[in-house]
Design a protein. Structure first.
Length: 186
């Protein structure tokens, strides 16, 4: 996936949004970040990312913002039914989660864990079992470290073990883990 020169809108500027923005800027994408929170919520992060070329639209989700990008990347917890996203879908703009974006750059086996309860425990247990068996493992996703960090830092491991929330799965298209675990649902 070539991101150079692509116009990418990142919705949500929490931990995952910052990691995605960093990744996209390193891949020479033209990045616009949108978050409903105000600029003072981000301290020095705005200055750092603006110096690298990111633009920011804060405190609202203007409809016209969703009609300009080539790709929209939404952070976990962002409502996939956000008003502007439905208009972008109608125009054929690619909308994906950070998980979908990261997975397109990962070549090692991915073990994905989802469900209502027990995700963190199961993800941690699988990672620990693999590590004690002599394998190198990256553990991330909903458990704390964004999956895009694995790609951004060009980590070399035997396995990627990722915890996934329902929000992260809503916008996947081609994400295909080697092993998928669906725990209890309630």
């Amino acid at each position: 996936m070539n991101l150079k020169g692509k116009k990418v809108l990142v919705i949500g500027f929490g931990k995952t949004g910052k990691a995605v923005t960093q990744f996209l800027l390193n891949r020479q994408a033209a990045v616009i970040v949108n978050d409903k929170r105000a600029c003072f919520d981000f301290e020095d992060d705005l200055d750092f990312f603006e110096k690298r070329g990111a633009e920011f639209v804060l405190e609202k989700h203007p409809a016209e913002l969703f009609l300009r990008p080539d790709i929209i990347v939404i952070s976990p917890g962002v409502d996939s039914n956000l008003m502007g996203l439905s208009d972008a879908r109608k125009r054929g703009i690619t909308i994906m989660s950070e998980i979908e974006l990261a997975s397109r750059f990962i070549t090692v086996p991915i073990i994905a864990v989802t469900g209502t309860n027990g995700k963190t425990t199961t993800t941690s247990l699988i990672s620990e079992i693999l590590q004690r068996s002599g394998f190198s493992v990256f553990m991330g996703g909903n458990i704390g470290t964004p999956l895009i960090t694995f790609v951004q830092e060009d980590l070399q491991t035997d396995f990627v073990v990722v915890e996934l929330s329902s929000f992260q799965l809503e916008t996947i298209e081609r994400f295909t883990p080697h092993i998928a675990i669906l725990l209890n649902i309630s």
